[in-house]
Design a protein around this ligand. Structure first.
Ligand code: SAH
Length: 397
């Protein structure tokens, strides 16, 4: 059977030539053959020049995701396994080790495997296929990574909303190995223990992307810490394991707060040093201020406020409002750890929002460092929008 060919409109080959891995539906001129959902197609520029091979997602705005930018490279199991090995080697080199047994093993486009995310938590692999092309390599991926890591259990978490845009049904659950006891698996990050609800938790159960920021907080935390948007208490545990005396975790999710309590206990920290507070952080920040509470560290790690570019203005107001309330709660010399995971908000804008909040709060703010992706969440130079997580830590005078 002849390989299906997708031809781009005139001039629309430019981003692919710069090795950007996506082609949107509006850039497609014609399709030869009848590629199935997720099938591999040869991509040609309008003049016929071959640009590479891609996965075909007929119902998604992102119609093509490039597997390779080389027309002489076949997209087969050997290619997938070689990419998986490269990805695994990177994590073993920079993240995994005697004190850390959890990492994002595969970060989709960043590892040349568009749409595919695989996280490791101790002996459990959690797999997410966000695109039709990723779905096609799922079985090869699972077999290969099980063999390479010796992981006993595999959990599918292909339940993200984006799958609907791809016309894919949600799929989740333990697909290999023993069932999970006690609702969570136990992972280690920089020597700290974390219980991870891989079946029902956010993402694959844990915010692996905040590893380096948690380490930074642990190194500098003192006094009283307010951990806003705490989820399962990652920042609180890190702060308490460092120099903090007390931490309060605030989240709207009761389940997340319960796991935060368990995570504190797992690390041998006196439970009296940690409080979980269920509530909306916007209200809680104001309430604590009115009650005269003050903190030495405030962490702001909210969910994505700007899912797309059109939300940037409203999201910016949200981020500024939070930073303003947090600054008011900080004692002189206190530290603000502030994050945005909105891809549409870039670093310069996010820092600008912090600067504006500092002006309005009347608190001079000194940036001490940028925070963001750890090495298991690499950002390809040719795919800057892969950098979704931005943050900084700063000192409020
Ligand atoms: N800092 C966490 C990850 C935060 S994810 C970590 O390192 O693991 C964002 C969290 O914000 C989620 O747990 C979600 O339940 C919570 N959340 C969303 N909106 C909220 C709100 N308005 N107030 C409090 N928590 C909120």
């Amino acid at each position: 059977m002849r390989e299906p060919v997708v031809r781009l409109k005139r001039g629309r080959d430019r981003s692919v030539r710069r090795r950007h891995p996506w082609v949107f539906s509006g850039a497609i001129d014609s399709v030869e053959g009848e590629p199935g959902v997720g099938a591999t197609v040869l991509v040609r520029a309008h003049d016929g020049a071959a640009l590479g091979r891609a996965a075909w997602s007929p119902s998604s705005q992102i119609r093509l995701r490039l597997w390779t930018f080389d027309e002489h490279t076949a997209v087969d199991d050997a290619l997938v396994c070689a990419r998986l090995d490269d990805a695994l080697a990177l994590r073993r080199r920079f993240v995994l080790g005697p004190h850390t047994d959890c990492a994002r093993l595969v970060f989709a486009e960043a590892d040349g495997l568009p749409g595919l995310v695989v996280d490791l938590y101790a002996d459990t692999l959690v797999v997410q296929c966000h695109s039709a092309g990723a779905e096609r390599i799922q079985d090869t991926t699972i077999a290969h990574l099980r063999e390479r890591t010796g992981a006993a259990r595999v959990v599918l978490r292909s339940d993200a909303e984006v799958r609907r845009l791809e016309g894919l049904e949600p799929k989740s659950g333990v697909v290999a190995g023993p069932p999970i006891e006690g609702g969570a698996v136990r992972a280690r990050e920089n020597g700290l223990a974390f219980l991870v609800d891989v079946e029902r938790g956010h993402k694959t159960g844990f915010y692996l992307d905040q590893r380096d920021s948690r380490a930074r907080l642990r190194a500098v935390a003192k006094g009283r810490v307010l951990n806003c948007f705490s989820y399962t208490g990652g920042f609180a545990v890190a702060a308490l394991a460092g120099g903090a005396e007390r931490a309060i975790s605030v989240d709207t999710s009761q389940g997340a707060l319960e796991l935060a309590e368990r995570n504190v206990a797992e690390n041998g920290v006196d439970p009296a040093r940690h409080d979980g507070l269920k509530g909306d952080c916007f209200d809680v920040l104001r309430g604590l201020y009115d009650e005269g509470e003050r903190f030495d560290v405030v962490v702001l790690d909210p969910p994505k406020f700007a899912p797309a570019a059109r939300h940037v203005e409203k999201a910016s107001r949200g981020y500024k409002d939070l930073a303003l309330r947090a600054l008011k709660l900080l004692s002189p010399g206190g530290l603000l750890f502030s994050f945005s995971c909105s891809g549409a908000i870039d670093r310069a804008l996010f820092r600008g929002i912090g600067a504006q909040a500092a002006l309005e709060a009347g608190r001079p703010l000194q940036l001490l460092g940028e925070l963001g992706h750890p090495p298991d969440h690499p950002v390809p130079a040719s795919f800057p929008e892969g950098e979704y997580l931005k943050g900084y830590w700063a000192l409020a005078r």
